[in-house]
Design a binder for this molecule. Structure first.
Ligand code: C2E
Ligand code: MG
Ligand code: MG
Ligand code: MG
Length: 291
């Protein structure tokens, strides 16, 4: 009888264990675990001068490095991080790491700019400017070298509030870039009034520019608008040299895209900069024994 009871108990325990192990993971708990384990990494994509190919900065693009080696793209976890109130912690984690790791490069090249994507609601939150100041101050990188990228969405609809925040950030030395311009919600009045210093033309127009005259007209119009508003222009998602040529012809000066590099881990990005620096030294390329 005891053996029977023990067997039954064992069976029940086994069943409980099996259901415990196979229970669906709570995605928010998984996010918290990954945050605590530092699994979100700031990958960075270089920004370059279209005419020369010179690297002028980079944009942080979040990646989730899972323990099993998989690399998860931002669209699979950023929306949940936003809706669950974890985006603030995630953003500061990414920016802190990137500032710490890129500090030597950013001190050596005072014009190098590090961009970070900021969710509109985070930008407009009460603590944003204070937290940003503290994060950057603890890194000894100048506020002038930090760019905040925002995409216009319904949350940014309070244009007066958004304009105030952008102004205050500007007084502290930070620059704001308006991301994904041309698709979605970025209305012209919005671009005109926000006070952002950088206008990022969406990949949509870069894709179309070599085959569609109307895309050229849109890009030319955005360049003219940016000049009028004293903004610089960055084109996103450049994959081919013909796109670079067409963008230059439209007056665009800066860009980003797989043509130069995809988003890279910080280690790979540092290697990338080293290789570019070596090959940029005059005469160096011709003397491989010096490399
Ligand atoms: P985004 O800020 O507009 O970033 C540009 C996206 O285009 C990135 O996708 C980048 O990897 C991709 N891209 C760049 N060059 C090329 C190219 O030549 N060809 C192609 N096909 N794609 C290119 P990614 O990394 O998947 O990020 C998607 C979006 O997720 C970003 O769009 C941004 O809105 C958001 N995101 C990424 N990281 C963060 C973050 O840390 N915080 C927040 N709030 N949003 C983030
Ligand atoms: Mg961006
Ligand atoms: Mg963008
Ligand atoms: Mg985009």
């Amino acid at each position: 009888l005891t053996m029977l009871a023990a067997g039954t108990l064992g069976g029940v325990f086994g069943l409980l264990l099996a259901s415990y192990l196979s229970r669906p993971v709570d995605p928010v708990a998984e996010l918290d675990r990954a945050l605590a384990a530092n699994e979100f990494k700031p990958y960075v994509q270089p920004t370059f001068r279209l005419k020369t190919g010179d690297i002028i900065g980079c944009e942080i693009l979040a990646r989730w490095e899972k323990p099993d080696g998989r690399l998860i793209p931002p669209m699979s976890f950023i929306p949940l991080a936003e809706s669950s109130g974890r985006i603030e912690k995630l953003t500061w984690q990414l920016l802190k790491t990137a500032l710490r790791e890129l500090q030597p490069e950013m001190k050596q090249d005072k014009l190098f700019k590090l961009s970070v994507n900021i969710t509109p609601r985070h930008l407009l939150g009460d603590r944003f400017i204070d937290d940003l100041r503290k994060t950057v101050a603890s890194s000894s990188v100048s506020t002038r070298q930090v760019v905040l990228e925002v995409t216009e969405r319904e949350e940014l609809a309070d244009l007066d509030k958004a304009t105030d925040v952008v102004k205050e950030l500007g007084e502290l030395g930070f620059r704001v870039a308006l991301d994904d311009v041309g698709i979605g919600h970025s209305g012209l009045s919005y671009i005109q009034r926000l006070g952002a210093r950088i206008l990022k033309i969406d990949k949509f127009f870069v894709d179309a520019i070599t085959r569609d005259q109307s895309a050229i007209v849109v890009v030319q119009m955005l360049v003219a608008l940016a000049r009028e508003l004293d903004m610089s222009v960055v084109a996103e998602g450049i994959e081919h040299q013909e796109q670079v040529d067409a963008l230059i012809a439209c007056g665009v000066e800066e860009g980003q895209g797989y043509l130069v590099a995809p988003p890279l881990s910080l280690g790979r990005f540092k290697q990338f900069l080293d290789v570019r620096r070596v090959s940029a030294v005059p005469g160096r390329a011709a003397k491989p024994e010096l490399a």
